[in-house]
Design a protein around this ligand. Structure first.
Ligand SMILES: Cc1cc2nc3c(=O)[nH]c(=O)nc-3n(C[C@H](O)[C@H](O)[C@H](O)COP(=O)(O)OP(=O)(O)OC[C@H]3O[C@@H](n4cnc5c(N)ncnc54)[C@H](O)[C@@H]3O)c2cc1C
Length: 475
């Protein structure tokens, strides 16, 4: 027997749930199929657990900073990871209702837990039942990429899917990968008391970012006690008793390293393998599904959104793409999806937030840009908070229109908001300078950056001469 739906959504993470919620509330016959966990990676193995863990790590780290604030020194007990992970799962459970089967059924969607397989461009099969959809949305997310390292197959390694199940703090942790996931989780563990070594293939960690910004994060991770080895090629891995041994080559020399646990954070791969995409004729590229600027696959009625299309692997992008599909596929509105103003943030301390062009991307695009750099230490509130490390970098074109902003510093993810709105509204630098802001706030930093650009232009000798001439000023 075959059931027909207006829209079938494969995957109940940030991308799929956005589409399911919108379509069901619009009264469309909506089928959502989820393989294992409603809420996806973000809720269970990603954003939510990692930020919750980072909070505990940050508080524990602050105990060591008491003297800096004129407070009595505190020498706390070692952490009990079991209790921290209990809080992590409590936070997940609290948020989970929002993404639950019950909630989506209340909204009007049919939710099926199972593994769908394409039979044809419009049909999927779940446990022998066939469902047909006028439109199909693939939103099956991504999983950790497992690098091909000799000996890895016999090692019990960790990924973001298993690390939150740990109940005992590892005495030592080796992380492979210096992207946002590797950097955040490594900082959490080093601050909780593990000895952490991060092995990174690139020249610096967070290699999507400009080196000067990424190095502000790298310096803090090192100050936390982490060993970071860049420019590393892994050559082999083995287990000796309870210890894992990793061999790697750096600057032509062979090195060995031992650790109790190994975390793989070496990139992501799309979850496409059990979908039988070939039966629908859907084209793939490496492990992702390429899409056009309407987020359609090579089949116009099939969309691929969220991590699985391999564009920008963030929850807010998955949500943004989901909203676009509601407009395009469900409401039939024209338009294209643009990533040009996509923000993101790495939630290390200091945070590193970005929107628009950084210098790397501006150079690649051949843009003529000017840069404005200002340090957090120039902000009164940052001084009071004791959070003076970091800087703001603003890129603009020769007409002073904003091209992008990067913020490495305390609360960078929130501080980027004015630039985000500014870019959305095609602001010039002057527009950031104009509004009055409450004093003392960290937000004043961007306004002061803009001020530092105009200061020399305003307070120059030519202006002074004109004022003297007009008003007969002396001195
Ligand atoms: C440790 C970590 C921290 C992160 N932190 C952040 C952060 O702070 N901010 C941020 O923006 N992003 C963060 N991310 C990225 C974010 O989690 C993803 O970008 C986001 O979850 C993508 O949403 P999605 O809907 O595409 O995929 P997912 O959330 O992974 O959802 C996909 C769903 O599809 C299901 N599925 C898989 N295969 C099938 C199948 N064959 N059939 C049916 N269902 C299937 C999965 O079970 C899953 O529920 C983090 C990721 C990790 C790993």
């Amino acid at each position: 027997m075959k059931t027909t739906h207006v829209i079938i959504i494969l995957g109940g993470g940030a991308a799929g749930l956005t589409v399911a919620s919108g379509c069901a509330q619009l009264g469309m016959k909506t089928l959502l199929i989820e393989k294992s966990h409603m809420g996806g990676d973000c809720l269970h193995f990603g954003c939510v657990p990692s930020k919750t863990l980072l909070k505990s790590a940050s508080l524990y780290h602050q105990l060591g900073e008491m003297e800096k604030y004129g407070l009595p020194l505190i020498d706390p007990n070692p952490v009990d990871l079991k209790k921290i992970m209990k809080r992590v799962s409590e936070v997940i459970s609290t948020i989970a209702y929002h993404d639950s089967v019950e909630r989506f059924e209340e909204l009007g969607a049919l939710v099926i837990m199972g593994t769908p397989r394409f039979l044809s461009p419009h049909e999927v099969n779940i446990d022998g039942k066939i469902f047909s959809g006028k439109k199909v949305v693939i939103a099956t997310g991504s999983s950790p990429f497992i690098p091909d390292i000799q000996g890895l197959e016999s090692i019990d390694f960790l990924t973001n899917q298993s690390i939150f199940n740990l109940t005992k703090l590892p005495s030592s942790l080796i992380t492979i990968g210096g992207g946002p996931i590797g950097a955040e989780l490594s900082q959490a563990f080093v601050r909780l008391g593990s000895s952490v070594t991060l092995l990174n293939r690139g020249k610096h960690i967070l290699d999507r970012e400009d080196e000067d910004m990424a190095s502000l994060v790298e310096d803090q991770l090192k100050a936390d006690g982490m060993d970071i080895e860049n420019g590393v090629t892994l050559s082999g891995i083995s287990q000796t008793g309870k210890m894992i041994q990793l061999d790697y080559i750096q600057k032509g020399e062979i090195h060995s390293l031992k650790g109790e646990k190994l975390l793989l954070a070496a990139g992501r791969q799309g979850n496409i393998h059990d979908l039988d995409l070939h039966k629908a004729g859907i084209v793939t590229q490496k492990s992702f599904i390429p899409v056009n600027n309407r987020l359609q696959t090579n089949l116009k009625h099939v969309y691929a959104i969220g991590d699985v299309n391999g564009q920008y692997l963030f929850t807010h992008v998955a949500g943004g793409e989901g909203s676009f599909v509601i407009r395009h596929a469900a409401l039939g509105l024209p338009g294209t999806y643009s990533y040009s103003k996509t923000p993101w943030c790495t939630y290390t301390d200091p945070e590193l937030a970005s929107v628009g062009y950084n210098e790397k991307r501006a150079r690649e695009a051949g843009l003529d840009y000017q840069v404005l750099n200002t340090g957090f230490h120039e902000n009164d509130r940052a001084q009071a908070e004791g959070k003076t490390e970091g800087k703001i970098k603003i890129l603009m074109d020769r007409k002073e229109r904003l091209l992008g902003t990067q913020i490495a510093g305390y609360d960078g993810g929130n501080l980027i908001l004015p630039s985000l709105y500014g870019m959305a509204r095609k602001y010039k630098l002057m527009d950031i300078l104009s509004p009055m802001l409450p004093y003392p706030t960290l937000g004043e930093r961007q306004k002061k950056s803009a001020g530092s650009h105009y200061g020399p232009k305003l307070f120059n000798n030519r202006v002074k001469r004109i004022l003297r001439l007009l008003y007969h000023y002396r001195g």
